[in-house]
Every structure is written in structure tokens, then in C-alpha cells.
Design a protein around this ligand. Structure first.
Ligand code: IMP
Length: 229
């Protein structure tokens, strides 16, 4: 078991209350959506395109496709099936990343957990699969860990969403599903307070879905409470 903790600067996020209450009596997650940004059909078409491109680029490279949990779980499972024709030697694994912001302090932490055996990574061409690259603190931490600590031959990133306007570190993912507007989004693996991960499209919540937790709706700058661990 490999476990590393890396402390990086990160904008503080408001801490939600612990209680889980339904959103103003609405019955389903679908009722909580203010708008849908990417439908199931649009996502599916784009994932198929990315899969074909990745298959071409990794022929003969026996890639290690590494999902960054939890947010990438849905994108990961769709993407790996779309990597066709599948390069020989392709294998899968997962790494768990969690970021914490506390109260009003401007310090955050990116923690990585993986039971990756180092020999599984050493010399391999690693393709990281992320749900969203936002500030890029998480993906930068994971990439550095794989290259510097695990001896990966190369590290590239496939992210479904790229919220490029919010970068704190310079990072350009090699494969991007969609350039995401500056909004806090949920669905297709992405959560708010652990909810909404299972809905099959990506949308933006109604403001009242935040107020029952005693917090403000995230500003359009995208900050919000996402518990990716
Ligand atoms: P980072 O800021 O690039 O390090 O992103 C860290 C993590 O925050 C991502 O992997 C997501 O899980 C989460 N995240 C960032 N933006 C959003 C969002 O709009 N909705 C849900 N989760 C998000």
C-alpha cells in the first residue's frame, strides 16, 4: 500500500453541515438540476472519439490506464471500453485522490492513496483518467508522484472536463472531452457533498440545493464542496 500526503495551496471551500436532508422536498436528483450542460448522448459520442484517439496513440505502448477515484469512475468505465482497437498489454488500476480545504484558511491538501506496486508502474506509459481538471492541483500531484516516485516512462491525462479558466498550476491535459464553463457541475461521477454521482449526464444544481446545507451556492468561479476521496 502506497500512501503519500502532499500539501499544496488551495482555495478554502465552505464546509457543509453533516446532515443529509432532501433538497426542499424534491423527490429525485433530476429535480435538482437548474440546467443540463452535457447530455448522455453527447457524452457518449465524445467518449467514443477519445477512445479511438487513445487507441491509435497507444498502439505498441502497453499502457497502464489509471483512474483517479472517485470522480472518474463512470468516465473511466466508458472510456476503457471505447479504447478500440485495444492495444496489447493495456492494464488498469486506480489511485485515490482527495483534496481538503478547511474553513476560511487558504491551505489545502492533496492526499493520494494507491495499492500500486511500484514495479507495475516503473517504465510504463501511464494514462491518467480524471473527471475534471480544475485548479490542476490534483492531477499535477498525481503526475509528479508517478514520474518521480514510481518511475513511469510517461504520464498523460484524459479528462472528461477541463475547467481551464480556474487553473492555479499550468497543466494541459492531452485528451479533453469538453472545455467546461466556469460553473460547479455534478453528475457522471462528479459529486456535490457525495451526491449526484450516479446521474448519467452533467448538470448544474439549483441554488436552493446548497442552501439546505447552510451554505451559499458556489460562485460561478466553480468553488464548491466536492468530496473526492
Ligand atoms: P483540481 O482543482 O483540479 O485539483 O480538482 C480536484 C477535484 O475537485 C476534481 O477531481 C473533482 O473531483 C473536484 N471538482 C472540481 N471542480 C468540480 C466541479 O465543478 N464539480 C464537482 N467536482 C469538482
Amino acid at each position: 500500500m502506497v500512501s503519500v500526503a502532499v500539501t499544496v495551496q488551495q482555495t478554502a471551500r465552505p464546509a457543509p453541515a453533516k446532515e443529509v436532508v432532501s433538497c426542499s422536498g424534491r423527490q429525485t436528483y433530476h429535480d435538482d438540476m437548474a440546467k443540463i450542460l452535457y447530455t448522455e448522448a453527447v457524452i457518449s459520442q465524445r467518449v467514443a472519439e477519445l477512445g479511438r484517439q487513445i487507441a491509435q496513440d497507444y498502439q505498441g505502448k502497453a499502457p497502464l490506464v489509471l483512474g483517479v477515484l472517485k470522480g472518474s469512475f463512470m468516465f473511466f468505465s466508458d472510456l476503457v471500453r471505447a479504447i478500440e482497437p485495444c492495444p496489447r498489454g493495456l492494464t488498469l488500476d486506480f489511485i485515490r485522490a482527495s483534496s481538503y480545504g478547511s474553513g476560511t484558511e487558504s491551505t489545502g491538501e492533496v492526499k493520494l492513496k494507491a495499492d500500486l506496486k511500484l514495479e507495475k508502474v516503473e517504465g510504463r506509459h501511464v494514462l491518467l483518467v480524471e473527471d475534471i481538471v480544475d485548479t490542476a492541483l490534483t492531477i499535477t500531484t498525481v503526475s509528479r508522484y508517478l514520474l518521480e516516485e514510481c518511475g513511469a516512462a510517461s504520464v498523460a491525462t484524459a479528462t472528461l472536463l477541463d475547467k481551464h479558466e480556474r487553473r492555479k498550476l499550468v497543466y494541459r491535459p492531452e485528451y479533453v472531452g469538453f472545455l467546461c464553463p466556469n460553473e460547479f457541475v455534478v453528475g457522471y461521477g462528479l459529486d456535490f457533498n457525495e451526491e449526484y454521482r450516479t446521474i448519467p449526464y452533467i448538470g448544474v444544481l439549483k441554488p436552493e440545493c446548497y442552501s439546505h446545507l447552510g451554505i451559499e451556492a458556489p460562485e460561478p468561479d466553480g468553488s464548491g464542496e466536492s468530496s473526492d476521496e
